[in-house]
Design a protein around this ligand. Structure first.
Ligand SMILES: CCCCCCCC/C=C\CCCCCCCC(=O)SCCNC(=O)CCNC(=O)[C@H](O)C(C)(C)COP(=O)(O)OP(=O)(O)OC[C@H]1O[C@@H](n2cnc3c(N)ncnc32)[C@H](O)[C@@H]1OP(=O)(O)O
Length: 212
């Protein structure tokens, strides 16, 4: 009845060499099968990514983000996760997230497509903010369960060339009661250029409160 949802965080033909290099770098440090058929745990875990959060929810957390229960059936059926809503591969946000629970870090690898243009030849600041929210939000959710972004503070240091691949690194600063504070840096794929710095506050939410 339901087809298997597509996991968009796996390589596709639009991924360039830098995107593939960084993907392999982290993916090779994820759980792997040993020669004896057992499983060897690596420090990183790839976080799967779908284009819908309502029907294809993998956790209750996703239902919160969809706000689905309040939407009309028409809107529900059309709702798509913003970062996965453009069908053409490579045209907008091509990204994959990895989480490292021991180091309390999360990384995002982003290849920014031609539909994300802001200033001529460079990525739109709102698209950069979207990706920072996505990486830090996923990180906070992994750490603290269901959360909403309460504050996102961004310093844009150097523009990101359209079509380039960048690395977003999110680190836990502290947790205080319902509050999870994280920092994020966006750098060029070789780490040589700092593009963007951000801090974010996520507040834990009660799923029951939202549904009520
Ligand atoms: C289980 C793991 C599963 C992992 C799976 C991972 C898969 C991931 C896959 C894909 C990831 C995609 C990720 C996307 C991420 C996107 C996230 C968004 O974009 S969310 C949309 C934008 N955000 C909103 O629309 C919020 C609107 N605001 C609110 O709803 C409320 O203001 C809320 C919930 C944030 C807080 O409201 P209150 O009533 O619950 O709580 P109060 O009492 O106001 O605040 C609690 C504490 O936080 C402080 N606080 C609240 N807002 C603050 C602010 N803006 N600045 C500073 N402090 C603030 C308060 O002062 C208070 O602190 P004191 O406890 O008293 O110390």
């Amino acid at each position: 009845f339901f087809s298997k949802p597509r996991d968009f965080s796996l390589p596709n033909s639009s991924w360039g060499p830098e995107m593939m290099r960084l993907y392999e770098h982290y993916n090779s440090q994820c759980e792997a099968e040993t020669e004896g058929g057992g499983k060897q745990k690596g420090p990183w875990r790839r976080i799967p990514s779908y284009n819908r959060s309502l029907k294809r929810k993998t956790s209750f957390f996703c239902v919160c983000f969809s706000g689905g229960v309040y939407l009309s059936k028409l809107i529900q059926s059309k709702a798509r996760l913003f970062t996965r809503s453009i069908k053409e591969a490579g045209a907008a946000f091509e990204y994959v997230l990895f989480d490292n629970s021991d180091a309390q870090k999360c990384v995002g690898i982003l290849q920014a497509g031609h539909l994300l243009e802001g200033p001529p030849g460079f990525v739109h600041g709102g698209a950069i903010a979207t990706m920072i929210d996505t990486v830090t939000g996923a990180h906070a959710a992994v750490l603290s369960g269901p959360v909403m972004t309460a504050n996102l503070n961004i310093n844009y240091r150097s523009p990101i060339p359209l079509g380039s691949t960048v690395l977003l690194e999110s680190s836990l600063d502290k947790t205080e009661g319902r509050k999870t504070f994280v920092s994020c840096q966006v750098t060029s794929s070789d780490g040589a250029t700092l593009h963007t710095e951000a801090t974010a506050l996520f507040v834990s939410i009660s799923v029951r409160k939202i549904l009520d």
